[in-house]
Design a protein around this ligand. Structure first.
Ligand code: SIN
Length: 276
């Protein structure tokens, strides 16, 4: 479908587009929302520049696409819930940080029974030396690149996504463990994709342990192939909005001791990942 209200500039063949001609600090028309949604479905992650949004505008943007999701990670994570605005999480890293959010390839909160449909990250402060990019990868492209034999083998298998691998159990938060199909179908585009998060997948069900470990190692490497990726270079007041159902991402922490700071919201998923 042609875009009439926004401009859409792809950044790589398989994933990512920069969106222009829209001011996210202002109310959006139905047509603008529809076109942003269309671009997200087409490009999996979309980027906006020069958007000085406050928490209200950030949440309003998210709510055009669904209810807001509350993190299942509780307070045992590097991102921190704002006490007075719990749907917004601060991602602030500086000289005192010993780790940052999202340093390995993942899709957000795949340990949840219903993982978030999408995430919207806004950074107001970025390192002065060009660091702190985020990488994104298309799990459609990763699926398409499998051999027909491997597609057949993986189809129908399920994997255990254990959130305790990345989130601390606390008195206030029980971290979920969920089983999801390894080959899933996107609920909107109906395209097939690999649904896998190396950092939390502990087991492929129904196969011997050594085979499970070999599949996990294979998928970890396969899904991280550069052919499926783009890399977003942040500037102050940029936004990345990714479709968590089909895109992986990885934050690059190459900027210590500099500051990288902003806020993230997530949008509720409409259901568990669908088997393909
Ligand atoms: C995340 O994994 O949500 C963090 C992404 C980033 O900081 O670039």
């Amino acid at each position: 479908m042609p875009y009439e209200t926004i401009t859409v500039t792809p950044v790589s063949p398989n994933i990512g587009a920069e969106i222009g001609n829209v001011d996210l600090t202002k109310a959006l028309s139905n047509r603008q929302v529809q076109e942003i949604n269309d671009a997200l479905m087409e490009y999996l992650v979309i980027f906006f520049r020069d958007q000085k949004i406050d928490h209200q505008a950030h949440k309003a943007l998210g709510r055009h696409f669904g209810e807001l999701h509350m993190s299942v990670g509780g307070d045992g994570t590097n991102s921190k819930m704002l006490a007075d605005d719990p749907e917004v999480r601060a991602l602030h890293f500086d000289a005192n940080s010993s780790s940052v959010s999202g340093e390995v390839w993942h899709t957000d909160q795949s340990c949840a029974a219903t993982p978030p449909m999408g995430s919207i990250l806004y950074l107001h402060t970025v390192p002065p030396n060009g660091g702190g990019d985020t990488m994104f990868a298309s799990m459609y492209a990763a699926y398409d690149a499998l051999s027909d034999r491997m597609k057949t083998y993986l189809s129908g298998l399920t994997a255990v996504h254990d959130g305790t691998r990345v989130f601390a159990q606390t008195a206030n938060n029980k971290v979920p463990i969920s089983t999801h199909p390894l080959i899933a179908k996107h609920p909107v585009t109906r395209r097939k994709l690999i649904y896998f998060t190396g950092e939390v997948v502990t087991k492929i069900n129904g196969v011997p342990p050594a085979e499970s470990a070999a599949i996990i190692a294979f998928l970890d490497k396969h899904c991280a192939h550069p052919d499926f990726q783009c890399r977003f270079h942040w500037r102050p007041h940029s936004i990345a909005f990714w479709d968590n159902r089909c895109a992986h991402h990885r934050a690059i922490w190459d900027y210590w001791p500099n500051v990288r700071s902003g806020f993230r919201i997530q949008i509720k998923g409409t259901g568990a990942p669908l088997p393909a």
